[in-house]
Write a protein that binds this ligand. Structure first.
Ligand SMILES: Nc1ncnc2c1ncn2[C@@H]1O[C@H](COP(=O)(O)OP(=O)(O)OP(=O)(O)O)[C@@H](O)[C@H]1O
Ligand SMILES: [Mg+2]
Length: 387
């Protein structure tokens, strides 16, 4: 018995997707351990003292339907195969078996079980990627990105704000955050971008937002390439509920790479004729390059009455509906900028803050990201064997 256990242990030693979580010497011990360890698969010898393998398999099938039992037996006991299956075992290994037989059997049994329960092993949730974009400067992308990020954090979400406005990024100054580490620090070495390196260069802001800041000088912007952004997203998307990009007013390969990966492109426009014109050209460009227009949400920022045209005019002029309207509130916006503090936190009752918090509520309602931001790591193919 001990010898069989050590053989099996040796056979499974180098399998990184199979972990032996426990061993038992008899059926009773096996049942107790299963209760405690809840393994995915149990390998059970048919001949065991106290409670034999068949009886134990039957008890396991009844009390632990998620535990898959494989019965091991010596040659000549084929009759047991039928009885084992009837007892609730999922497969049968005839001794002596090869390492391959053993691994295949464990994997097949496990895979079959997973196939019937896609909900247990569905892909890890990924962050929604929200990108604030406009082809005209000064329309409020940074203001909205920072305040939406703070609003989402205040609702318990994990948020990474990336300043992709590489030449003249304003996220640091808007949050009164010295740019001790930036995206430039991450890419300058030319080495592979790993999660560890990314985390080293993320700044934890006191508001609770995680920040990846723009380079300190415009000359460094060139060093950051589109593939860097894609690599960053790939590494962190299961760690956050939201990744928010603040963008520069241009459409080059770099911006397109981010826009393509975005869940939502928040296209910011104001009630100025130049903004209307630029937004219209921007939408036409997106359409010309077959960009997925359904991802684009129009944000009307700095809404103010009696300026010659209003929300409806914007909607009919651009032929898309306004997703959210943020009122013009110059004093609050300016003060918050100069104090380096998000107004959703400083003046949450103001109309400008409420409009953004309302947007955060809508986004939280539709997000599919993880609640805690912790990645759910499933135990893979844990294995307990008895006998
Ligand atoms: N809803 C608002 N009401 C009043 N002022 C606003 C509003 N939104 C933004 N602002 C102000 O408009 C100015 C430009 O905003 P912001 O820097 O966020 O725009 P941007 O699109 O990021 O500009 P840039 O092209 O420099 O990146 C700032 O002074 C900001 O305080
Ligand atoms: Mg900006």
């Amino acid at each position: 018995m001990d010898e069989l256990r050590s053989n099996v242990r040796r056979m499974l030693n180098n399998q990184d997707n199979i972990r032996i979580v426990g061993e038992a010497r008899n059926g009773r011990e096996a049942l107790e351990l299963v209760k405690e360890l809840q393994p995915h698969v149990v390998l059970m010898d048919i001949n065991m003292p106290e409670i034999d393998g068949l009886k134990a398999a039957e008890m396991l099938a009844k009390d632990f339907p998620n535990v898959q039992t494989v019965i091991m037996s010596i040659q000549g006991e084929q009759e047991y195969f039928r009885r084992a299956m009837k007892a609730g075992a999922k497969d049968f290994l005839i001794k002596p078996f090869s390492t391959n037989d053993l691994i295949d059997t464990i994997q097949n049994v496990f895979n079959k079980w997973v196939k019937d329960r896609p909900e247990l092993f569905s892909e890890e949730p990924r962050a929604d990627i929200l990108t604030f974009f406009a082809t005209k400067g000064g329309v409020g992308r940074t203001t909205l990105a920072v305040n939406l990020a703070a609003g989402l954090v205040s609702k318990g979400k994990k948020v990474l704000l990336i300043d992709a406005s590489l030449q003249f990024g304003d996220v640091a100054i808007t949050l009164n955050q010295p740019a001790k580490r930036t995206i430039y620090h991450l890419v300058e070495s030319g080495e592979e971008i790993t999660l560890g390196e990314i985390e080293k260069n993320i700044i934890k802001h006191e508001s609770g937002i995680d920040l990846l800041l723009a380079p300190k000088e415009p000359a460094f912007a060139e060093a950051v390439k589109s593939e860097h952004f894609l690599k960053i997203i790939e590494n962190v998307e299961t760690l956050y509920n939201f990744i928010i990009f603040d963008m520069p007013p241009s459409i080059t390969e770099k911006e397109l790479a981010i826009l393509d990966r975005s869940t939502m492109v928040l296209l910011v426009a104001t009630l100025e004729i130049s903004s209307l014109k630029n937004t219209k050209i921007c939408l036409k460009t997106f359409s010309d390059i077959n960009f997925d227009l359904s991802k684009i949400k129009l944000i009307l920022n700095k809404e103010i009455p009696n300026v010659g045209f209003g929300k409806e005019d914007l909607e009919s002029g651009l032929a898309i509906p306004v997703y959210a309207t943020v009122p013009m509130e110059a004093e609050i916006a300016q003060r918050s900028l100069n104090h380096g503090e998000a107004f959703v936190l400083k003046s949450p009752a103001s109309a400008i803050a409420r409009s953004i918090l309302g947007m955060a509520d809508r986004l939280v309602g539709t997000t599919t990201g993880p609640e805690t931001g912790k990645s759910a790591i499933f135990k893979i193919k844990d294995l307990l064997f008895g006998s």
